[in-house]
Design a protein around this ligand. Structure first.
Ligand SMILES: Nc1ncnc2c1ncn2[C@@H]1O[C@H](COP(=O)(O)OP(=O)(O)OP(=O)(O)O)[C@@H](O)[C@H]1O
Length: 229
């Protein structure tokens, strides 16, 4: 589903690469944690998958497409394969829960009939049935993140990228969000999640990719956060 072949990325006017000679393959349906200290290259890794950045050298292949060869007019199509969730939720503050999720489908031109059918389904899936008409500021942090997950998933993307989705949530609420991401993963969606949350990584026992100063230093199945070598 996602393949990195000797990928290095050095940003303009930088000397040190943000990512260095990274090679890995993530299969369809996997759940992968990406960990590493600040500046280790986690966001760069995610941005390369979205083709928000291009490699300096090497190839990134997503769903069979070499992103170096993807023309700009095909970018929206590529990004539609990938749902994104962030630490700070990024909901539209002036739209209701329902409208936030529906909007994701409206902008890609989905017919009204489909929207009124699938939005309630996905809100039910994330546990927000009955809260359709709330505004984001009338929701708890955990509920806001559920809206963000619903919005990312409503289009049934092949890949879900989550960048510290529990970073603003207390431990108990975080567990709820992780259960939700796990459920989405079980539908066949590949989940790639950046996190600093040790407890979550240790509980879930999924594949762990660890970056250190741009280098992939660990790729461990059913991994834990702190690794005893
Ligand atoms: N647009 C940019 N221009 C120049 N340098 C950048 C840019 N984005 C990131 N970098 C540098 O690349 C390196 C990796 O950054 P990246 O944001 O990928 O790390 P990260 O692991 O996501 O960090 P954090 O946990 O703080 O979000 C850092 O040294 C950073 O300063």
């Amino acid at each position: 589903m996602i393949r990195f072949e000797n990928v290095s990325k050095t940003y303009p006017n930088q000397v040190r690469p943000a990512l260095q000679e990274m090679s890995l393959e993530i299969e369809r349906g996997e759940f992968v944690f990406v960990i590493g200290s600040s500046g280790s290259g986690k966001s760069t890794f995610m941005r390369l998958i979205l083709r928000e950045e291009r490699p300096s050298t090497g190839r990134v292949v997503v769903a069979g497409k070499d992103l170096n060869r993807l023309s700009n007019w095909k970018l929206p199509q590529h990004r539609r394969l990938i749902g994104t969730v962030f630490q700070d939720f990024r909901l539209l503050p002036n739209k209701t829960v329902y409208q936030n999720v529906a909007f994701a489908l409206e902008v890609i031109g989905r017919p009204k009939g489909q929207i009124v059918k699938v939005v309630p389904e996905v809100l039910e899936l994330v546990g927000l049935a009955g809260k359709e008409d709330r505004m984001p500021n009338e929701l708890s942090g955990g509920e806001q993140q559920r809206v963000a997950v619903a919005r990312a998933f409503v289009n049934r993307p092949m890949i879900l990228i989550a960048d510290e989705p529990t970073g603003n949530l207390d431990p108990e609420t975080s567990v709820g969000i992780m259960k939700l991401l796990d459920r989405i993963n079980r539908t066949g969606t590949t989940v790639v999640m950046v996190t600093h949350d040790q407890a979550i990584v240790n509980q879930m026992r999924k594949r762990v990719l660890e970056l250190d100063q741009g280098t992939l230093v660990r790729d461990q199945a059913r991994g834990v956060y702190g690794y005893v070598r």
